[in-house]
Design a protein around this ligand. Structure first.
Ligand code: IPE
Ligand code: IPE
Ligand code: MG
Length: 243
């Protein structure tokens, strides 16, 4: 399905920011905002599938988020474990393949085994690849890719690093969305976002609904992706794209 005159991005990546502020505005604990964030994410996965997006990558917990108060960190770990148990059967039924991207070494056995089970249960699904970045940092990813090449004695080139990177099973993001009003990358997909179109929204993540996703997709459709070339070098748009 098309949105307006749009070409739907193949791969959307999202920094889901603003859960804490959503809760604080309502005099609720921050973890209540994260819970509403899970609701928004469930709707987002479904909507992206309906729109024909093939890969969705979300930032759920950064390498730096360990620096938050212990209560919030443990609340987020618990929420991930509960959400996995609750959501994976439905995601599986919808043809979603789940991948976890990040450093698993620091996670508890309970969380790690939940991640592994979710990946194994959905491994044969093809409708939508859903990458959940958890205990992830773009710098960690580049460093672990370089370290794995060094261990194998392989030369470090753009192509070899790309293959050793955590998202090597899919294309780079076409559209990178950040909610919550901040205009920064915060150590998300530093390598893979080299040519992503950026979209910043003031909406807090729990309020980022289907309409907001469609607005981002429609905005993307109006961008000219030049990849270093000039406008004149690009193939003319087809009649449908230009309409
Ligand atoms: C994003 O929401 C979720 C995580 C980082 C885990 P925040 O918790 O950062 O919400 P704000 O930015 O404080 O509102
Ligand atoms: C980025 O949000 C990380 C996630 C959404 C998981 P943060 O709220 O941690 O980002 P900063 O610290 O404001 O840059
Ligand atoms: Mg934040």
């Amino acid at each position: 399905m098309t949105v307006g005159n749009s070409i739907v991005p193949n791969h959307i990546a999202i920094v889901m920011d603003g859960n804490g502020r959503w809760a604080t505005k309502r005099y609720l604990p921050r973890v209540a905002g994260h819970k509403r964030g899970v609701d928004a994410l469930r709707a987002c996965v479904r909507h992206c599938g309906l729109r024909g997006v093939r890969v969705l990558t979300v930032f759920a917990f950064s390498s730096e988020n360990w620096n938050r108060p212990a209560e919030e960190v443990s609340g987020l770990m618990e929420l991930l474990a509960v959400a996995l148990a609750r959501e994976v059967p439905q995601l599986h039924a919808e043809g979603v393949r789940i991948h976890f991207i990040g450093d698993r070494a620091a996670l508890s056995d309970k969380v790690r085994s939940g991640l592994e089970q979710a990946e194994a249960a959905t491994a044969a699904n093809r409708r939508l690849i859903f990458n959940i970045c958890f205990n992830y940092g773009g710098r960690w990813d580049i460093a672990q890719a370089a370290a794995s090449l060094a261990t194998k004695g392989e030369p470090i080139t753009e192509a070899s690093l790309d293959r050793a990177m955590a998202l090597s099973h899919g294309p780079d993001p076409d559209l990178l969305i950040r909610t919550g009003g901040e205009q920064r990358i915060s150590n998300f997909l530093l390598w893979q976002a080299a040519y992503s179109e950026l979209f910043f929204s003031d909406r807090l993540w729990p309020d980022f609904d289907e309409t907001a996703i469609d607005e981002a997709i429609a905005d993307y459709a109006g961008r000219e992706r030049r990849f270093g070339k000039t406008s004149g070098q690009l193939a003319p748009k087809t009649a449908r794209q230009a309409a």
